[in-house]
Design a protein around this ligand. Sequence first.
Ligand code: SAH
Length: 640
Amino acid sequence: MSQSLFTRFYPIAAIATTPKAVQTLQPLCQSINATLFVPESLSNSQNAQIYTGSLKEHIASIWNEYRAFVFCMATGAVVRLIASLLDDKSRDPAVIVLDQNGYFVNSLCSGHQGGADELTRLIAHQLGATPILTGASTSLDLPGIDVLGLPFGWCKGSGDWTGVSAAISRGETVQVIQEVGSMLWQDNLPKGHPFYFGFPEINESISPKARIWISATRRQFAPDAKLPKVQWHPRVLWVGIGCERGTSRKLIEDAIAQVCQRYHLAIEAIAGIATIELKADEVGLLDYCRDRNFPLKTFDAETLRQVNVPNPSSIVAQEVGTPSVAEAAAILGGLGENLSIQNPKSEIQNPKSKIQNPLIVPKQIIKQDSEPGAVTVAIALSNLEYTGRTGQLLLVGTGPGNLEQITPAAKTAMTGADAIIGYSLYLELIESLLRPGQIIESLPITQERQRAQRAIELAQWGLTVAVVSSGDCGIYGMAGLVMEELQAKGWDGITPKVEVFPGITAAISAAARVGTPLMHDFCTISLSDLLTPWEVIVKRLEAAAMGDFVTALYNPRSQTRTQQIITAQQIFLKHRNLNTPVAIVRSVYRPDEQIVLTTLKEMLEHPIDMLTTVLIGNSSTRTYADWIITPRGYYSTYVN
Ligand code: SAH
């Protein structure tokens, strides 16, 4: 199991009060790395921590220490246990309840911001249980408005979050004014969503009942306004700083706050700080960045000098070798985030993608009598928000196409991903596993390399990206392409983090439907010569036929590649009997599955296409009734 999908909920506490509940929770806790608490009466439970006294007291004592609670007991009991502890949904931990059999997983409290809905989905996949999500937005197939920007690292600003959520759940029109930040979320809304983007024309009869601002500006909303409003702040502001040696942390902090206030900018929209290399060891600046969790980008004087700025200074140039530090650094800071993250299929372009003049605050010099030093602040707007997150690439095999044939780990990976990239046919097959708010990008099968590059780009930006292939993703699948592209980009092997989730490959699933053809040594050969020279394929066919391997042929025939399967048959006929059993298995485990049992001699008399896997038996493979059996050994110990 991929523990990394659960790390954002850490630490997790799980509570069992009966032996049956312990049985259900123990393996789960181990695989997701949660602490299991049991009462003294169950002190013989393995890997569990014992609590003494009442459960209510125990929960109260650990309430603030854990980010998520997983109870395996009656929902009513849990409600009574936690009622007095609940405070505010922006701070409360996620609370999840399982029945003792592990059939159902219920997201009880803090579904959105606490992440209980997401954790519920992950745990449900892990256990093969049914998730119970009763939140209004989930029922409408919409992402929660209070978690909308989390994948992109947006910060929540002030506003009437309950009022806006209520309007959405009533199905009322909600106006969205997005000035900055990724538009990807807009591309992935269900049909009939309640959002109206931008300002209605005068002749349009639209009357929004709530408003969502997505901007770098901080807005003050009247508390009793009729129209509930909220604001999200994508982190698009790069603050360029110049300062005297020894400037205090407080002065830097005050100066930035003052400038933001003067320009009505939200501190929450700050992506990071940029300055000259010379200041890379400036204590006050380092302290400020560390406390605020801001990245600090530094540029050398030579690089800064190249930037065109409105307010160059010859004095600064004399001192540090560039006429501008704050303005130039702010502009360069923002440029670094200039990836093309827009959805390729999107009609909507980010309004800021054509930023003419990124410097929205020219340099301001700030001093305070009580603090040493002086600070120069300038602010630039970047094209793309800084997510502050470390991306992950989950390379997922989804098996032949039936949900039951996907591993729980692969399901969990898909649920946990911010974005899912794959071939459209396979994405349709697994549609029911997708959750509201996920970014889904399906590209045609011919654009595999672009798909791999896109996945890497999104992961480098900070998203958790699942790249989905049918069968196993590491067998003629996307995983290899992603790894090759990563290597070509000089990947350090660590960031973005890569995890591979195996799936049942076509050879195995096709074999299962016809018996036990792969019981002995076998190989797979793809007949596609798009990425492999035909001579290499012929050589392998010869070797497999000569070596008496049971052989699974992938990509056997397309509309244009029709000769390959004929040659393959001829090669096998040189080494194997005419009556060698052959299975032609098409769309295995999908609704349109077709299976033909035939022989090497007659195999080409049946339809074979790109959705087919052809299994050719070895010299001892035989058919029995409607089954293909390859004996375990070559000595006929069991059968005469
Ligand atoms: N990664 C996939 C293989 C992709 S190559 C896997 O591990 O299964 C594509 C080929 O796989 C197809 O041309 C076909 O030969 C085979 N294939 C994939 N899914 C199949 C299915 N459901 N039924 C039969 N063959 C399948």
